[in-house]
Structure formats: C-alpha cells, structure tokens
Design a binder for this molecule. Structure first.
Ligand code: GSH
Length: 243
C-alpha cells in the first residue's frame, strides 16, 4: 500500500495483538490486514508477505517488511513516538548512572524471548499434543506431559515469573514497593510491550498463579486497563490464545 501508513499483518488470536496495542498507544494511522488461522496456523497469505509467515509482520511505508515483535516495536517507537512518551530516558548503556538503561532493556527483553518463551512453547506443545491425540492413546502423552511439567517446566516458570515480579520492585535494595513499568518510566516502554505477551500467554492458559506474583499481577491489570489495549481488542476482533 502506498498511502504512507505502516501496515500490520495481524493473525487472529496471536501476539500480534501486542503490536496492535502499541499502534493504538502511538495514536497513528495504520492499515490493518487481518488473517484468519487455518488449522491453528498461519494462512498462505501471511507467507506471501514474508517467508516465515509469522505474525506480527509489519510493512513500513517505504515497503520494508519487518518481523519479530520486539524489532517492530523498536521501529515503531523510533519512527512515530515524537514526544518520546514510550522511550527510555537513558537509551545508551549507562556507566555510572541509572541501571534503567539499554542494557537492562535488552536483558529483560531477552529473558522474555530467549529464556521464558521456550518454556511456554514447550508447555504449549505438550498441551496441544495431549489435546490432539485420539482418546484411546491420550493417557500416554498426558503422562509424559505431566512429568515434564512437574519436574522441569513448572519450576522454571515459577523461577522466571518470580524474577520478573522482583524486577518490578522499587530499586532501593529492600525488594519492596512497586514500579508501574519495568524500567521505572511513567509510561510503558518496549520492555513492557515485550514482556506483557509472555505474562498474558501464561495467564490465559492458567499456567501461573498470579496471586503469587502481586507486582506482575498489577502490571498485567495495568496493561489490560489501558484504553489503547481495549481499542486494540475491538480492532483485532478480540484475542484469545488459549485455544
Ligand atoms: N518471535 C516472533 C514470534 C512470532 C510468532 O510465532 N507468532 C505466532 C502467533 S503467536 C504465529 O505467527 N503463528 C502462526 C504459525 O506459526 O503458523 C515474534 O516475536 O514476533
């Protein structure tokens, strides 16, 4: 499209909702192309936009095709957040000042994408394998899933969610109090847009007891209460990943 607007290729019931949320937060004009899943997977139309066929995929007004939610958020915020509302006050690595810098941003986004995401993906694969196995054979994958969850995945999730919950404590060394956003800003930054997906994924599937992570629970409620989140739900026709 040559209308000088970015175009979001949005797969229904997917993490693309988070990009839709960011677009709404930025308050810019954009094109929205909605894709329905086929047998739970991406349709051929999404592969026509990019060879890995993943959502979100964003096409910039100059025709650059971007994938990976975090990179898309970087591009959108760098391009359209003119008031610096969603940016870090200390974007470069800090040597002596606040640790809420680009290094912490990268660390937290990596924990989400490279450490937490594989655990959630494994849980999803086991859950879907059990669900899709014909009934007479189902007890076998169910038993394997039960033990893998019990001896490994659930403990990993508890550890990682506990860590993220602690990252929302005030940085005064006492481990108390609460910050609104992971980098101590007044408004969400790329880290919050990034981590919200993993938190919400686990919440929707009921994989974590949020009562045990009160700061993370408040963070989740803070995100979902934002008008832009609600507008994104309307424009994307809802969002349910626990299919
Ligand atoms: N690492 C990618 C993950 C994108 C991704 O896996 N999206 C899923 C939806 S939650 C998808 O497109 N699934 C469809 C498929 O793989 O067929 C990102 O951060 O954007």
């Amino acid at each position: 499209m040559t209308d000088n607007k970015p175009t979001l290729h949005h797969l229904e019931n997917s993490q693309s909702h988070i990009t839709l949320w960011l677009l709404e937060e930025l308050g810019i004009e954009y094109n929205l192309v909605k894709h329905a899943r086929i047998k739970n997977r991406a349709p051929p139309a999404l592969f026509a936009v990019h060879p890995i066929g993943k959502s979100p995929t964003l096409v910039t007004p100059s025709g650059r095709v971007l994938t990976e939610r975090s990179a898309i958020a970087l591009w959108l915020i760098s391009t359209y957040d003119e008031g610096a509302k969603f940016r870090l006050p200390t974007p470069t690595p800090s040597k002596t000042g606040s640790e809420d810098d680009a290094v912490r941003e990268d660390q937290l986004i990596s924990i989400g994408g490279a450490t937490l995401c594989p655990m959630l993906t494994l849980k999803l694969v086991f859950a879907l394998t059990v669900k899709q196995t014909p009934f007479p054979l189902r007890p076998l994958p169910a038993l394997i899933a039960y033990f893998v969850n019990r001896v490994f995945l659930d403990a990993e999730l508890r550890k990682l969610f506990g860590y993220l919950d602690a990252q929302l404590a005030l940085p005064d060394g006492k481990g108390e109090g609460e910050r609104m956003w992971f980098l101590g800003t007044e408004e969400p930054t790329r880290t919050d847009f990034s981590l919200m997906w993993y938190v919400d994924w686990a919440v929707q599937w009921g994989w974590i007891d949020m009562e045990k992570y009160p700061r993370l629970k408040a963070f989740h409620e803070r995100c979902t209460a934002r008008p832009a989140w609600k507008r994104a739900l309307e424009k994307g026709n809802g969002y349910n990943v626990a299919f």
